[in-house]
Design a protein around this ligand. Structure first.
Ligand code: 5RP
Length: 227
């Protein structure tokens, strides 16, 4: 899994801080990435101590981590409610997020926005005044060059995500491809989110606007909670 951002200690503090919010009987959305992995690990420890919860994974990776941690799992289609989702982000500005560094943003968006409470876990290197991180856009494989052209028309610079040390493209858990789209400073994330959603061939994009309820920011000495 691609890891970005600050120190592992800061990520661990953020993940564990969010894991402490989980209460008995909850159905918990389990995010993807190295910061969410700390929350999953901590929840596994709490399950081993008797905490009765069910997890809803957002990716193959988070499912494997949750299994290894001993967290009972349910599929998204089998649950009525998700009480709390815990997930990472590649950048956060005023509760708007860019996600998808792990190419899991389509399922993450389903789970995170379905949750009653969505808690974002990041280290402080992910905070910004204005979003400017390239926006991952998951596309149908047959549509990648068409969508790339449409993104250029919308003022973005797309680049097909490739697997490290391999020639082939990254393929998502859903069998699709990812265009990382550079837009510079994103002054109006809501408008850009709408533009990207309306493009034929786009499965989902990594702009999350209006869904985060809380952000737990891990630092080298503690956790700042924004709500
Ligand atoms: C995966 C994601 C991740 O949550 C995001 O990339 C942050 O990852 P990390 O905590 O490893 O920095 O959106 O699709």
């Amino acid at each position: 899994m691609k890891t970005t951002g600050g120190s592992d200690g800061a990520k661990r503090r953020a993940g564990e801080s969010a894991a402490a919010l989980v209460e008995p009987g909850m159905t918990v959305g389990l995010g993807t990435g190295s910061t969410a992995a700390h929350a999953i690990r901590r929840l596994g420890e709490r399950v081993a101590d008797g905490l009765d919860i069910e997890g809803v994974p957002t990716s193959f990776d988070s499912r494997q981590r949750a299994r290894d941690a001993g967290i009972p799992l349910r599929a998204l289609e089998d649950v009525d409610t998700i009480d709390l989702a815990i997930d990472g982000a590649d950048q956060v500005a005023d509760f708007a997020l860019v996600k998808g560094g792990g190419a899991a943003h389509a399922r993450e968006k389903l789970v995170d926005t379905a949750a009653e409470r969505f808690v974002v876990v990041v280290d402080s290197s992910k905070q910004a005044d204005v979003l400017s991180h390239p926006v991952p856009v998951e596309v149908l494989p047959v549509a990648h060059s068409v969508v790339a052209g449409t993104v250029r028309d919308a003022g973005g610079e797309p680049s097909l995500r490739r697997a490290d040390r391999k020639d082939g493209p990254v393929v998502t858990d859903n069998g699709n491809l990812v265009l990382d789209c550079e837009f510079g400073d994103i002054a109006e994330p809501t408008a850009l989110a709408r533009t990207l959603s309306e493009m034929p061939g786009v499965v989902e994009h990594g702009l999350f606007v209006g869904s985060a309820d809380e952000v737990h920011v891990g630092t080298d000495s503690g956790v700042r909670v924004l709500e």
